[in-house]
Ligand binder design. Sequence first.
Ligand code: BES
Ligand code: MN
Ligand code: ZN
Length: 495
Amino acid sequence: MKISTNQATLVDWSGEFLAVGVPAGDHHGLLEALYSRFGDGLRRQLEVQNFSGKQSELVAFSLLDIAPQLLLLIGLGEAAHLDLNGLRQAAVKVAAACRGRSGRLGLQLPWETFSPQTATYAAAEAICLSYYNDQRFRSESDISARPDELILLGLTAEAIPNLMDVHSVCAGVNLARDLVNAPANSLTPDEMAKTAQCLAEDYGLELTVLDREKCAEKGMGAYLAVSQGSALNPCFIHLTYRPPGSASHRLCLVGKGLTFDSGGYNLKVGAAQIDMMKYDMGGSAAVLGAMRSLAELQPRGVEIHAIIAACENMINGRAIHPGDIVRASNGITIEINNTDAEGRLTLADALIYAGELNPDAIVDLATLTGACLIALGDEIAGLWSPNDTLAEGIRVAAERAGEGVWRMPLPASYREGLKSKLADLRNTGPRLGGSITAALFLKEFVSQDIPWAHLDIAGTVWTDKDRGIDPAGATGFGVRTLINWVLDQSDQIDA
Ligand code: BES
Ligand code: MN
Ligand code: ZN
């Protein structure tokens, strides 16, 4: 979908679709302007339909042979209460109403209520993301027509620089969605490495992939233990973006990359939804998606390292037994009292590896615990960090992205739950506060002087129902938060 701006407004835009956001009360006389353009019939129609501009109210008029062929009015609610998410929802409603036809969609929203740049990006992203439709696994693809051009009305091109960045952002989110939607027999650890390889070739990134032997040489006993019951090889992926010019900041993005999580001998049974566990690589998908976008956006001054310990958690005669004791690459020994708490084992070695790069910050994303779903539901990810500045930076980045994130505590007393009678640690604590002990487990593998944050995206990686911006299925959650956060780091260097 092409995106552009145009100085035309509802008074003179003559593409196939015209969509206008109308606040309750319509204090700017938008409707009067429309009546004088389209005639009093429109006024009567709106009266009949009782259109008041309340949030999400949508009316559509087919004008048949005069342009625009379709006029859409979308209610924005009270102007004083309109926030960026309200604007996104309005844009998505418009996008849905245009499904089934092609043409140019002219969209007029109160850009000036926000910074026009923020508002246009938000609306354009929301529309592009809402049209995501994964047809890769069907014999015959079933994609309905949609507008092929989005024109943001009432704006000059100069007012909105770099509008094409929206494409880079959406392509990153959609890459993450593609990876998460792909089933485990299609997206294997090898395929994940191939995706990283493609990104490296397309954007001139640096790539290192460590195979089982190389990981063994590095002593990654926790990660390799998880993969040892699978017929597929583990792939430890390290993808690096170096900025033009010099870099003064080094950032590590670590993603959980379980292409399938059966639970191991602590097999997922009953309500555990084993059939959904293809999405257990959502953290690494978000990291690769963000790398794709960032490689296009080319932020200055920041070096970005994506680190993914990809593998499957399966069962065979060589699989880990519950109770096995393994050693991570920093020497810490772990009693695996539950083979289904595998993500943290793979992340342990990935976080140690990241720490050895001496970064200024590490952010990890992981579909780590069902407990996080219970605590925060499927629209909000849990955020853990001992570092207030980093936590606030991630929170702000997520808020701007329209992605839900809530900071959670790291109480030292809960660490008791991770004590083992035999080893330095055990991999699971008590059932209560399960996502907190999981975060505390990860913390053990990050040196205290490296700012570190952990996002548990077990709930947000997937949506069962269509949410507008996120069609049902993989959400690509985390990509936009990561992009915003990295860009903020880059801007702080410039300033
Ligand atoms: N991948 C799961 C977490 C998960 C559960 C993600 C549901 C999305 C939806 C993780 O590996 C896991 O199995 N965690 C266990 C930990 C427990 C054994 C301490 C869990 O949450 O049940
Ligand atoms: Mn598991
Ligand atoms: Zn898992």
